[in-house]
Design a protein around this ligand. Sequence first.
Ligand code: GLN
Length: 486
Amino acid sequence: MTFTSTTAVDLAAGIAAGDFSAREVTTAFLDRIAETDGELNAFLAVDTPGALATADAVDAARAAGEPLGPLAGVPVAVKDVITTEGLATTCGSRILEGWVPPYDATVTANLRRAGAVIIGKTNMDEFAMGSSTENSAFGPARNPWDTNLIPGGSSGGSAVAVAARQSPLSIGTDTGGSIRQPAAMTGVVGVKPTYGGVSRYGLVALASSLDQAGPFATTVADAAALHAVMAGHDPKDSTSIDAPVPPVVAAAANGDVTGMRIGVVKQLTGEGFQREVREHFQKSLDLLAAAGAEIVEVSCPHFEYALAAYYLILPSECSSNLAKFDAIRYGLRVGDDGERSVEQVMAMTREAGFGPEVKRRIMLGTYALSSGYYDAYYGQAQKVRTLIARDFAQAFEVADVLATPTAPTTAFPIGEKVDDPLSMYLQDIATIPANLAGVPGMSLPVGLDDKGLPVGLQFMAPAMADDRLYTTGAALEAAVGWEARP
Ligand code: GLN
């Protein structure tokens, strides 16, 4: 059996049935990482001893007849912005170099409880700012479809880990598109759950009102299995929703879209999207219609302002969240020679520890929040946010799920957009509205462009109706019959 081409659901079932051991599975993926990661750079840390210890514990529990968790023995790679007790967490930044978190994020704890094997920490744009993983302080991750290309970002390492089958599952975070866009660039399934559906406790904050962790997987059913394990109410996160987890696993197993109304967002289908992206989007709609769905057009007029509002709200929140990296409490400290003042040491540490994109956003956010400008920028952006949420509410009156292309283009060459922040920001034109409104979104692969690179399609659903993403996702996955591999 080739473990590295088996779904997570089948791996879990095989381990539970005793067809093979968790150690065999874990070893196969560790070997695959060792073989491929020199080139791909998807991992910032591989926890070989920890992974093998967990695998052995699963095998021992099974031998003793103890009940196993739903992901017992299945490797999961975790984005390096989520804390893992005893395992370094860098957020892709020099400023956290050497910091080993003394606690697990709730998501990490949930994985451990489910028996999952945490195989390592994945590469990312520094503090999750970016769409290409080129802003990592530890070098870019590379797209397994063509290693000259970016894998998307900011959760690029997590996307690559799954696309290159270095891990059957991984976790990313999505503040403006950082799960869905890299999923699209690498031909895998990626889901941003409803805001508040997955605990943010232990997720190092970029923009607290937008951040959400979610799954990457090769199939919709695998994504659902991981989603179900990650999600759930957490008293340690004040924005966590106290309600049952939407029935995502059942929805993924069903995939019946008969009579479902799928709304095509008129504002997100036009000229700004690469030709093949538009073509595959249209083909996918035809497949959904053939499967019994009703395709309707919806208008979301304020989506046009989403990017502008996001780039005020996000820098504002991140300039405040990143103030805690002060050279005293975590990681790096530069220039502390006993002579310099605390302020000088802080300034030198932040100058040396943060990369250019992080500095750009701290400056933008500090400006937007400064007195005299607060209402004009931050206040105005919050009003736009309300209008976008209203657009969604109106659209969901006539549609059960919305559909758009995930990203305007397929993967682009490393280096192409590094000097052009605006064109990088535009990668998230279709994904940012969901974050601003707190609604869930999924990207799944639906075709290849003329160069043979994956194209993604996005579904969005009302808050806490994440299961609808999995229903339409499963239907489209079956209709597309995606089999392409890098
Ligand atoms: N690319 C977007 C940004 O740079 C989204 C980032 C994210 O979702 N973490 O802000």
